[in-house]
Each structure stands twice: as structure tokens, then as C-alpha cells.
Design a protein around this ligand. Sequence first.
Ligand code: KG4
Ligand code: ZN
Length: 323
Amino acid sequence: MKILGIETSCDETAAAVVADGVKVFSNVIATSLKDHQRFGGIIPEIASRRQIEFIHGVVAEALGQAKTALKDIDAIAVTRAPGLIGSLLVGLCFARALSRAAKKPLVEIDHIKAHLYANYLQLPNGPQACPQKRLPAVGLVVSGGHSSLFYVKDFKHFKLLGVTRDDAAGEAFDKVARILGLGYPGGPVIDRLAASGINKEIKFPQAPLANSYDFSFSGTKTAVLYYTQKNKNKPDYSVPKVAYAFQESVVAVLAEKSLKACRKLKVNTLLVGGGVAANSALRTTLQAQAVAQGIEVFFPPMSLCLDNAAMIAGLAYHLRSSV
Ligand code: KG4
Ligand code: ZN
């Protein structure tokens, strides 16, 4: 069964063809990121205008790369929410029109849950996906817009355990990068700089929010702001060291809460997804701590951590009614 996935929730316009919920035949992504960079964040109006320009070509390219004609597609899947309303509408309208015209069933998908599903996909010649039978699992979604912890009973039943009470993890990376003058998006550059800033002198506060699976990152971000204002003209001030200390704080809380959920719920599979799942410190810390506790942690391949349509088409395979 081949499903055409379409994803337009933010600044990426993506389309993919996925077979049987696992095999990625094509995964095409266009982005308007460059148009937003000079503003230091995504401008919704620009994002939706670019979506309109890109969508037709991206879908055609995804079908072409998969060597699949539209008539041979079994269903169309599209991101329904959450995201920027203008951007979402472009994908939804396009997918609904295509579904009507081509007489193919349409499956509307939750973007956040799809980020976790990225763990079950297999790229051409890529590593083995997380086996589908590894359920139930705990799922940590950390992206630019969301930080959420789920209990995943199966692909139809996701129970929300906790969310961020303020900034999403990726948003905190982006805002701290702005404070440090590192540009947008902040995650990749902080990740890179932190590797050369390892230190024990600087510590930023974490918000444990005891007895809750919720997160809070705004206090850590504000602590970075005050530290920078106070120290930036001192001779030993180092941006890589600040980046490292900030990243350590965020990673520690993410690792602690997700592994605690695994222990309490007696689950030995942890799925991580979303843009921040690309973070090297989160990967190594979680991996090390999980192994020590008998928990296996899965991260999607790097190219499937950020927004993509393969995760939309993959999850749709399990949620279609009777295609
Ligand atoms: O999932 P995504 O592409 O978009 C949303 O659905 O929000 O995630 C984008 C976010 C951005 O905030 C970006 O800074 C962050 O993911 N990100 C990272 C890394 N790569 C991307 N954060 C930390 N470390 C990274 N290596
Ligand atoms: Zn996303």
C-alpha cells in the first residue's frame, strides 16, 4: 500500500511516498527558511505564500522520485494540525482537492504524533527502523513549537503525559541563540558550538516541576540572558561555554523526565522525535542513561527529525479506515 504524504505546517513544504507504513520511496522537502532568517524567526505570512509556490512542484517531485503515478497511490495523507494556520491551509486544501479529483481516500494527521512515528520509517539503504512491535512506548517530542511527553499504547492511542508550560525546547534553543547573536535557527549552531565549550563553571537553573511531566524552559533562557548581560564584556566570557551550559540544562531535564516516565509506566522503549531530536548531546546523554536503566531509546535518522512528509504518510497507514 502506497500513501502520498503532504506536510505544510510551518516553513517546510514536504511530500513523500511511503509503502506499507515503513518504506520511504521518496521524501522531498522545500523550505522558505532563508526568507525568514533576517527576521530571526518564522514570519507566518511569508511561510504560507511560499507554501503556495512550492506545493505543486514538491508533490510532483515526490511522485516522480518514487516512480509512482498518482493513479497508483492508495491514499493521500496530510498534516491537519498543529501549525501555522495559513501554512496548514495550503497543504489541507491541496490534499483535499487532490483526493477529490483523483478519487483517493484522505487521512488527516496530527503533526506531533507523526514526529514520533518517524522512528518506524526506513529510508532507502538506511538503518533498520524501530520494529513496529516495540509498543507500548514513551514518546518525547521536542521541536520548535512543541515539547510533549506521550504514552504510546499503539499507533491509534497516544496519551499526553506532559507539555511545556512556556517555551518549547527548540524555541528555547532559538531564543538563546538570538541572545548570543548566533542567528536562526539556533539549535544546530548551539549544538555545534557547545562541543568546544565544555565546562563546569557555568550552571543554569532547571525547572524540575516535581510530580509533573510538564516542562518549563523560560527560566533557563532568562538566566542565559542575565548571565550574558552581566558578563559579555569580561575577558573570560565565552559563547561556546554559555551554549554548552544552556544545552546541558535542557538536555538534563528532557532525559530525566522521559526516563522517569518509562520507569513509572514500566515501558522499556523510548521514542524521541522533532527537530531537537537531532541534538547530539540529547542523543548521547539519553542513550547512555537509558542503557543503564534497561531502556532502549530510538531516534529517527537525522533527515527525518525535522519536518517531513514521510512521517505523515507512515502514520496514516495505521490510521486509515478502510482504504
Ligand atoms: O520539528 P521541527 O523541524 O519544526 C517544528 O515542528 O517546530 O523543529 C525545528 C526546531 C528548531 O527550533 C531548531 O532550532 C531545532 O528544531 N533544532 C535543534 C537542532 N536541530 C534543529 N535543536 C537542538 N539541536 C539541534 N541539533
Ligand atoms: Zn515539527
